[in-house]
Design a binder for this molecule. Structure first.
Ligand code: NDP
Ligand code: MN
Length: 398
């Protein structure tokens, strides 16, 4: 038995069909003016943006809408949103959409909260700079309304931002950005088209499998991970095949929440460390796609060099996936890769890096980016990894 430290920051989760209608009452607790952060089109097109604004106004809130978020949001997008929050004196930042909108809201809350009269950038708070500015309780409160089941961002203390100039995709990490309230409305999530369901759903699987084997794992987090893996294997293919299968949608939203808690109390490892540089160099590659291309080779690497505990955990994944496991050996553990491959087949996400036009000549730069921005996940990997290993793994994932 290991010694460990476990702390789960509290997000007040309001879960279920129609829960968007609680946003006004919740936001009112934090002040009078809200900045509502969304992507460019989906929430508007589906009619949820208007509903959300109405719910907020009904409770007497003033609403500023910032609808400029794109996938893999950039430093500039965060800073521009923060300027609006500062100019309009917003009291609460509401991230409404997928991980990109929620992360941008969190980052805006940091920048706006720490504004003291002269221009600041979210990048100053990132671990990529030499002496990052501390993120403090001045951070504005964040409410998350998640429209995907993927990132766990609605309950996590992470936010991702991409610096286009340095080609670095970086996690901002602080307890203060953890959403105070988290709304999980299945009616919104159910509108995801199949391709988005598969990409975001596989992100959930990656969080669970990585946090399970991570050096930062602990016996409490392991429960979330194992249950989450079971839910994803059963319900992701169903949600992919039929988006209106509400039972599947609900269980994927629960798996996403379990995975978010796993991210907070353990840490992802190699696939996440290697996936960020892919999206930083090729911004059109979605996070879930990059993970799908990388996960199986990373698993093989970890199983081949892993210790007893790591091998046993991969065996448990295989067993949950219906494989017959007779003993906790490396050979049996490799069956977990088949489980993942079969899942990827079912959700039409059996992809390789070359499918996205990734070029070998970028590998050196991508490895440097991984070590500068994702050192935490690299160190959390159950097996030591060198820059050569990462290049080999990129090659094998081509
Ligand atoms: P995004 O938020 O990037 O959204 C992807 C696309 O889906 C957008 O075009 C969006 O449209 C659309 N969309 C979102 N919800 C719906 C819906 N219900 N129906 C129809 N279309 C919808 O996707 P993810 O949730 O996968 O977030 C990915 C981001 O999160 C990445 O930047 C990743 O790095 C980050 N991430 C963060 C983590 C964290 O802990 N904070 C962990 C893992 C990943 P539109 O833009 O028009 O709204
Ligand atoms: Mn992820």
């Amino acid at each position: 038995m290991r010694n460990f430290r476990y702390y789960l920051p509290a997000s007040d989760i309001i879960f279920g069909s129609g829960s968007l209608n609680s946003v006004g009452v919740e936001a009112k607790r934090f002040g009078k003016k809200a900045l509502l952060v969304t992507g460019k089109s989906s929430m508007k097109r589906l009619g949820f943006l208007e509903k959300c604004v109405d719910f907020l106004k009904k409770e007497g809130l003033e609403v500023e809408h910032y609808g400029e978020v794109i996938s893999n949001p950039t430093v500039d997008i965060v800073n521009r949103g923060a300027r609006i929050a500062i100019e309009k004196n917003c009291d609460v930042i509401i991230g409404f959409g997928g991980g990109s909108a929620i992360d941008t809201a969190k980052n805006i809350a940091v920048v706006a909260g720490h504004f003291e009269g002269k221009d600041i950038s979210i990048w100053e708070f990132s671990g990529a700079v030499e002496n990052p500015r501390p993120i403090t309780s001045k951070t504005l409160p964040v409410i998350a309304i998640t429209s995907t089941s993927g990132t766990g961002s609605h309950v996590s203390r992470f936010a991702v931002v991409t610096n286009e100039k340095t080609r670095e995709k970086m996690g901002i990490l602080s307890l203060f950005i953890c959403p105070k309230v988290s709304i999980v409305d299945i009616d919104i999530i159910s509108c995801m088209p199949p391709s988005l369901t598969s990409k975001t759903g596989f992100d959930v699987m990656a969080h669970l499998t990585e946090c399970l084997v991570s050096r930062r794992s602990n016996p409490i987090t392991d429960f979330y991970c194992l249950k989450g893996v079971e839910l994803v294997l059963e319900y992701l293919p169903r949600a992919y095949r039929n988006g209106e299968d509400l039972e599947a949608r609900e269980n994927m939203a629960i798996a996403d929440t379990l995975a978010g808690w796993a991210l907070v109390t353990s840490r992802p490892c190699l696939p996440h460390a290697m996936s960020h540089p892919v999206s930083a160099f090729y911004p059109e590659v979605d996070h879930g796609e990059a993970l799908a291309a990388l996960t199986c080779e990373c698993m093989r690497f970890n199983i081949e060099r892993g210790d007893e505990e790591t091998v046993r955990k991969y065996c448990e994944i295989a067993r949950i996936g219906g494989k017959n496991i007779n003993s906790f050996t490396k050979e049996e553990a490799l069956k977990s890769i088949d489980v993942i491959k079969e899942l990827l087949e079912k959700i039409d996400l059996n992809v390789r890096l070359r499918d996205f036009g990734v070029k070998e000549e970028d590998f050196e730069g991508m490895v440097r980016s991984a070590f500068s921005t994702m050192r935490g996940p690299i160190e959390a990997n159950p097996v030591d990894v060198s820059d050569r290993d990462i290049i080999e793994l990129y090659k094998k994932s081509m």
